[in-house]
Each structure stands twice: as C-alpha cells, then as structure tokens.
Design a protein around this ligand. Structure first.
Ligand code: DX5
Ligand code: ZN
Length: 217
C-alpha cells in the first residue's frame, strides 16, 4: 500500500523544505487538492501552483479537483502533464467524457466519490477510470475525523475489480493516521492520502517511516 502525502496541511508559507523531505522519502506521488469555493466551501490552489511544483521538484502529482464543472480546469492542468487527475462524480454530468479526455492526453484519470455517494453510482465510470478515490471525510478541509463506514465501498470496489479483472487503483482520502491506516489496509486500499498527520510536527519524513512500518507489520 502506498502513502500519498497531501500538501494541503504542509507549511504553505515555506513549502520547499517539506517538498524536499518528501523527495527524500521516495514517495510515489504527492496529492494536490484544488478547491473552487463552490463544489466545496474552501479555496486552495490553482493550475499555476501545479506548474510551479513541476518546475521546482521531481515529485509526481496526483491532482484532486474539488471543482464544480471541472472541464475548463482539466484543460489547463493537462498542459502540465501531471501523473493523475481525479474529478468528482458529483461535480459534472459528463464524467465519462472528461475521464476519456484525461486519458487521451496520457494522464491517469480518477473518479472521486463523496461520503454521500454510493458505490453503485459510479458503476459505469469504473470501467474507464485508472483510480477510484473514496472520500473518508466530507471534502474541503484537512484535520477531519475518518468515516470508517466508507470502507465498505473500498471492499466492494476491490471485489468488483477481482471479478471483472479491472486494473484501477483504490485510493482513500481524509482522516488517515496511525490508527485508521491499518483499517484501510485491511479493506484492500491501494493508496492512502495522508495530510495533517504527516505534517503535524514538521517531520513528514519521520511520520512516513512510522506509517510504512505500521502497514508492513
Ligand atoms: C480534503 C482533502 C484531503 C486532505 C486530507 O478535502 O481532499 O486530501 O488534505 O487531509 P487529512 O489527512 O488531514 O484528512
Ligand atoms: Zn484530496
């Protein structure tokens, strides 16, 4: 299981030291939360931020778009060729077309579901998606409590993957810490996004090592 650091709760006034620590930790990707103040009640980064990270670091980016009608911002971000772009099922009536567009540009395409959205709603989208993001908090903020009920979606997605030989990754986002990461692993999650837990004491490298030990036990 991979740990994907979310930089939303890193030290945004002095981000480079944290990013350099993550490079040292050889993380698979970093998770970049883009919020529009409409789909969620918060505003974070924009496409320029994605460009700066690409210029200044070697880190691959897992872009999580919490943006209503994301078509326009997908176009802007595709210019920077991140590793992956994930859009929310609830944010568009056109999910399949946008996922196709992302894939056509050689970028991995993900579909995210809010806690209030059932697994069945994305039955069609999972046929094309490279990554399914199961939100384990209501999107918009770091430091929230993990909603363990959401893990039943992970188990169903894992079963569906086995039956149909799909190849998508199952990612969980929100409230992951040294307690909940073990539950995520038991449910067959492939990737855990970890935000505030990693950056809480300014020691992301040490915290990643600790989490890796827990999931290897
Ligand atoms: C929340 C974001 C998450 C957030 C997770 O809407 O999508 O990626 O950064 O932060 P923690 O790990 O603190 O819940
Ligand atoms: Zn996120």
């Amino acid at each position: 299981m991979q740990i994907i650091p979310s930089i939303l709760n890193a030290n945004l006034l002095n981000l480079m030291p944290d990013l350099k620590e993550l490079e040292k930790a050889s993380v698979e990707m970093i998770h970049v939360d883009i919020m529009d103040g409409n789909f969620v009640p918060n505003i974070s980064f924009g496409p320029d931020f994605v460009a700066h990270i690409a210029e200044e670091t070697t880190l691959k980016q897992d872009i999580h778009l919490m943006v209503q009608n994301p078509d326009w911002i997908v176009d802007q971000i595709l210019k920077y060729q991140p590793e992956s772009i994930t859009i929310h099922y609830e944010a568009t009536h056109d999910i399949y077309r946008i996922l196709q567009k992302i894939k056509d540009h050689g970028v991995k395409a993900g579909v995210a579901i809010n806690p209030g959205t059932s697994y069945e709603a994305i039955e069609a989208a999972i046929m094309i998606a490279d990554r399914i993001l199961v939100m384990t908090v209501n999107p918009g903020f770091g430091r929230q409590k993990f909603l363990k009920e959401m893990l039943h979606k992970v188990r169903k997605l894992d079963l569906t993957r086995q039956i149909n030989q799909y190849t998508y990754k199952i990612e969980v986002d929100g409230g992951v810490n040294d307690q909940t990461i073990v539950k995520c692993k038991q449910a067959h999650t492939d990737e855990c996004v970890v935000g505030s837990y990693l950056f809480k004491n300014g020691n992301p490298l040490g915290n990643i090592v600790k989490l890796r030990q827990l999931i290897e036990e």
